[in-house]
Write a protein that binds this ligand. Structure first.
Ligand SMILES: Cc1cc2nc3c(=O)[nH]c(=O)nc-3n(C[C@H](O)[C@H](O)[C@H](O)COP(=O)(O)OP(=O)(O)OC[C@H]3O[C@@H](n4cnc5c(N)ncnc54)[C@H](O)[C@@H]3O)c2cc1C
Length: 474
């Protein structure tokens, strides 16, 4: 692993004077003193808390954020007609402490802004999800991951403290050690059903100007998983993820920070990153370009054709596609929606699962992100971890598979995961029955946190929000 110390220079475009001024404005502490930043933040929190205290409607309520939501867009999602709690001004980076390598920021800060601000100190967040406008609050609530997850787990696992506003308008400081430790852990994966994360304190890591990626090609699931396990044991690279192009074509992408690069590639316009992993043996990217190399879609880059990408590729990034899908949600299919989802498997069970998957779904490529088992998360049922020896999971993501015939492939996946000891994230279409759901997610912990945070059930409960309301079921 590289010893990353040098401060990376911003990309040329970010050195333009107006881009530099805009970047500074996002970091509150660079335009006013720390106390003034804190006062400004406290006023925003008080406004949101008051909105909740004074809310007398029947609910449920949803958040109005500035950035687009990175949930799979669903026709009929009931959150669109909910009353809104406006959190759109929670977008300031309050403090970057280069000595302690800690950042304090409001929950609506996007990773693209955060990376730009922290890179100026030679630092980056430890887990940077691949899409530019994912926010840090959403990354905790919706379990974001990326290629540093094999060392650090999810973004949540790099966090030290959350300030959370309860549905009754109380403001709590939650850390893994204080009296709100359960709330701290349950805010992860609660999809905003416990309260509003207003401010986060999280760790940063030194970065360099470039990332060098080398590609390892493996011809079977067993060889692929063994290679992932080997790099996990050795902890010998800064980044690890990969693309399973086909059952016999599994590519592992191994990245390291470097100071110098003989050339740099860019995948923000015409070229498609995931396809490049098939052809290339190595590649160099600027550090920010590395983090957002999948920003135009992980394996479902639109438009597909080269001429259309030349014309529209720059415009149609993931943010724009999600914004359009959200606006035109009434044209999304109500029946048999395409499959975009991701699943976690203990690595030892992944080859068998993948053989089942190839037979049932037969859809490739898949994105593969190894993920360290940092802790046995409180929001997952205890029984799920029983007898599990693995210290590493793999997250496998399917983007945009069309369903065939009259099978509900979302449900097929839920059943397949139960049989193979996996779990899915809840960003997609979920069809679990309620009792079944609570055999996988941790009902006692959830109920304890819910009773403290949202006794009026203003935010809906996790099952109702993710398995029913999201699909338009009342
Ligand atoms: C097409 C697609 C591609 C994706 N690709 C990746 C990827 O490459 N890497 C990756 O890690 N993840 C990916 N994801 C998943 C993504 O990380 C999660 O969906 C994440 O939760 C999105 O965060 P967001 O900021 O967009 O929040 P939103 O999508 O707006 O919110 C997610 C959930 O968190 C809640 N929430 C948001 N903000 C707060 C807050 N301040 N306090 C409390 N609750 C809150 C919302 O109510 C919602 O239920 C992808 C998702 C999609 C749909």
């Amino acid at each position: 692993m590289s010893d990353a110390t040098a401060i990376p220079r911003p990309a040329l475009v970010d050195r333009l004077p107006w881009r530099r001024r805009a970047a500074r404005r996002r970091v509150c502490a660079e335009v006013m003193d720390e106390a003034a930043c804190e006062r400004l933040h406290a006023a925003k929190v008080e406004r949101i808390a008051r909105q909740l205290r004074e809310y007398s409607g029947p609910g449920p309520v949803s958040l109005r954020k500035r950035a687009v939501a990175h949930q799979v867009p669903k026709r009929g999602d009931l959150r669109r007609s909910d009353d809104k709690i406006d959190v759109s001004d929670l977008t300031a980076i309050l403090k970057i402490d280069p000595e302690r390598r800690i950042c304090v920021a409001e929950s609506g800060v996007t990773f693209v802004d955060l990376v730009a601000a922290t890179l100026r100190h030679g630092l980056v967040p430890i887990v940077v999800p691949e899409l530019k406008t994912i926010t840090i609050g959403g990354a905790v609530a919706g379990c974001s991951i990326e290629s540093m997850s094999y060392r650090f787990g999810g973004f949540h696992d790099t966090c030290l403290e959350y300030e959370v506003i309860t549905a009754t308008g109380e403001v709590l400081v939650c850390t893994p050690e204080n009296e709100n430790a359960l709330i701290f852990q349950m805010a992860h994966g609660a999809f905003g059903t416990l309260g509003i994360i207003a401010r986060l304190t999280f760790r940063l890591i030194p970065a360099k100007r470039f990332v060098k990626i080398t590609y390892e090609k493996h011809g079977s699931y067993e060889a692929y998983m063994a290679a992932i396990q080997r790099h996990f044991e050795a902890q010998d690279v800064d980044f690890m993820d990969g693309i399973i192009h086909a059952p016999d074509e599994c590519v592992l992408s191994l990245g390291n920070f470097v100071d110098e690069a003989p050339y740099t590639s860019n995948y923000q316009w015409v070229k498609i990153y995931y396809e490049s992993t098939r052809r290339r043996r190595e590649d160099y990217l600027g550090t920010a370009d590395y983090f957002f190399r999948y920003n135009r879609g992980v394996t479902n880059v639109r438009p597909r054709s080269l001429p259309a990408r030349i014309l529209f590729g720059r415009l149609l990034d993931s943010t724009r596609v999600l914004q359009i899908a959200e606006k035109l949600n009434w044209i999304l299919p109500a029946e048999q929606p395409p499959i975009t989802l991701d699943v976690f498997l203990p690595i030892s069970r992944a080859p068998k699962f993948l053989r089942w998957y190839a037979e049932e779904f037969g859809f490739f490529p898949l994105w593969c992100v190894p993920y360290r088992r940092v802790r046995d998360y409180e929001w997952i049922a205890d029984r799920w971890f029983e007898g599990m020896e693995d210290r590493l999971f793999v997250d496998l993501a399917i983007y945009g598979m069309r369903q065939r015939g009259d099978k509900n492939y979302h449900r097929v996946m839920e059943k397949g995961l139960e049989a193979h000891g996996g779990i899915k994230t809840l960003i997609s279409h979920n069809y679990y029955e309620e009792e079944e759901f609570w055999t996988i997610w941790n009902r006692p912990n959830y109920q304890a946190a819910k009773a403290r945070m949202d006794p009026r059930n203003l935010f809906r409960d996790l099952y109702t929000k993710t398995c029913r309301a999201a699909r338009g079921v009342r």
